[in-house]
Design a protein around this ligand. Sequence first.
Ligand SMILES: [Zn+2]
Length: 405
Amino acid sequence: MENNTIVNNSDMNEAHRSHIVKLIHQKGVCSRAELAKATGLTQASITKITASLIDSGVLSESGIIKGNGNRRAIGLKLNTKNNLVIAVKFSRYVYTAAVFDISGKLYKQREKEFDMNDDPREVLTDMKKDIHELLDEYENVLAIGMAVPGPYLRHRGRIAIISRLSSAWHDISFVDEFENEFNKPVFIEQDANAGAMAEWWFGNHDKPINSLAYMLVGEGVGSGIVVEDSLLLGKQGAASEIGHISLDINGPRCECGNYGCLELFASTPVLLQRAKQELPQLFKKSRHKRSEEYELIFSAAREGDHDALKLLKQVGKYIAYGCVSLINSYNPDIIVIGDVMSKAGDILLPVITETVRERAIPELFEEVTIKMSELKIDPTLYGAAAIATDKVLSRPSEFLTVRVQ
Ligand SMILES: [Zn+2]
């Protein structure tokens, strides 16, 4: 009984520390009075907890700021510089590894393209080597976050289906491969969930939000839902697989087993395939990189190419059907659309908004904001950093310092 009480107290203290550290992370600088108001803790408790966090180097004072009621107060900020995370994005033909600090500042990024039919063992060996090199270069890495394509089965550590990737990848357990490879904890999450966390942690939204849906529309289509700081995971970690809802029950068979899935109408490979058939003149010149091929379609539409515009608008409608399902299923404050398609937001967003207005439950549509991701860094990569940062800030005494009591 007594032991339980001690554990509970210690958990409670850690929860308070985490709450405070996360609030300061969110706002940049906070006064003690603001922290007391936001957490509901007494001023005396806040003074005690922040003193121990300052003492252990997690926080520092940042000079005088305007506090509640314009009163002058001492600001508190997070010491970010010495607290780093490594983010890894694994996608179908490229992986990226990068170093961030816990405020989301990017220090270094490297990426490598591979062939979808390459031996997975060789690709994994290269990834590990790159991460080891970053760990050698940066001493203060606390944790590693990794984003992989969904549906990712977290209890098995592997990806359920990876469309268009060699079947040899189906047997790879990312957890087995990476869990004990480095002397740092590794947290693995599916790409759309990572993107949702990036928008939650680092997105700049106009209003306070409690729930966020992130829709990834790129090589695949997926979504991640965050409600009050937490990802909606489901039993196996694969909740909200919006890419595999059936839009046409008699449509083509999808690799997931369903028919006419959203991913078969709105992902970038489908856009590219149709563009190559319907707009062959765009691709006549020398070989382009994949990312440049999308840009060719987007630019043609912007320059008034009727067929390119029509094609993109059709894709926009399918993205909208996905948004309608997200709104009707989760009733989020905001839907953020990210990955490749967000680069054509100027063309797509008006179509998406109009189509959603026509189809979603009107009262729900009135309250939801739909926007394109405005993050300057790839949301999936940034999300891998956000996943690691979230873990670090949730357990400050474990990760940020050894001296917090
Ligand atoms: Zn499917």
